[in-house]
Design a protein around this ligand. Sequence first.
Ligand SMILES: Nc1ncnc2c1ncn2[C@@H]1O[C@H](COP(=O)(O)OP(=O)(O)OP(=O)(O)O)[C@@H](O)[C@H]1O
Ligand SMILES: [Mg+2]
Length: 427
Amino acid sequence: MLSGHEAAAVLDRQAIVMEQLVSDAPLVSVLDSIVIALEELIAASRCSVLLLDDDGVLRHGSAPNLPAAYSEAIDGLVPGPLAGSCGTAVHLGEPVVVGDVMVDRRWDDFRSLARTHDISACWSSPIRARARVVGTFAVYSRVRHEPDERERELVRRFTHLASIAIDHERAARERTARYHAEMARESAERANHAKSQFVTALSHELRTPLQSITGFAESLSTLELSPHQRHKALQGITRASTHILSIVDDVLDLARVEAGAMPIQLEVIDAREVVAGACDLLQPLAEERGIDLVQSGPPLPALVDRRRLRQIILNLVSNALRFSGPTTSIRISTATRGAEALVTVEDEGPGISSELLDRLFVPFDRLGADAGREGGAGLGLVLARRLADAMGGSLTLKSAVGIGTTATVSLTRALEDELADAVEVTE
Ligand SMILES: Nc1ncnc2c1ncn2[C@@H]1O[C@H](COP(=O)(O)OP(=O)(O)OP(=O)(O)O)[C@@H](O)[C@H]1O
Ligand SMILES: [Mg+2]
């Protein structure tokens, strides 16, 4: 039995260990505290905890005052009927008391090790958690020794504490593993769902132009058409085919960037030139719509893929043109912000409500907008954002209903001299 004074000491140490458990301290420090506490209570003892791993082998857990060489030597101990005190205790599932390691058969294989490290007696108890043996608690002595009733009681209490600590850590590990498995399952499900939605939307998008081709082709083959009507029908077929081609190109590009297989050729160029080129291309369309394209801002040395940047700017300016009314302006400007080179496309169109902004980057989601004559498929922004990401940049959109939309492409800024160097190399 423990004296009142000793019981209080045990309780104090138990409280410290419990606090460590509550604060999720690493298992090794909790076990060290338990081992040190027991060493303080059993005079001249050195204690250790070994942990049984999933392969049924004993591994080092805690032995702060045993020689490191000894702990290393017994790390990987396989339990068995003659495996020292610890290996035998795990094998039998019960405590093993060896009062003199020099004569006990169970220490035959470890005798010289014991001699080297001044071990004369060792007494080991299995630690159980959830009815399974999970390790051992050993008390070593430098002299031949059999534990008395008091020592047995102390070891019983501290073994129990060690079992709580080990169980706590394993439960936390299991929880984490379950959480990761659940996250992986959910993300696989989400990806699968997104893919089905994508395929459905793609089929739907292709159906309309294909039906229109079939319709025109049927009229051409079955009806007596005037040359003018034939011309109209052929124009319809060309328009629908071009539309299908552009959808397929975008889908292929999207698949390539998502698979990380889009070849990106980064070079230092003046991004403002790319912007100007894209605007020149869209100028006739802007005039047709009565929309002013206004460019401003300084030259913009940036590390980009010229072709992909052009694709992004074309997408953004086309959107601004497609969705804005006549007599409005679209301002396309360049600027720098720290290490970023920015291109901004700002329109005075209808804007996008904040609830719809999240859906902007969902393939084929046109937010209910009419495809219109050009028949946008709803892939432009998704692709533009992925391309910007692939170049190490980003694309963000801000919008206010009734006021307009601002798209900002952020790119990696380069220095003026790098630009000059790049120009020299290409010249
Ligand atoms: N500048 C803008 N002003 C108002 N609405 C916009 C603007 N840009 C995009 N949107 C809305 O976001 C939707 C998605 O744009 P996105 O560029 O991805 O597709 P799209 O232009 O419809 O088709 P695509 O670009 O594939 O030809 C558009 O259909 C439209 O509803
Ligand atoms: Mg678009």
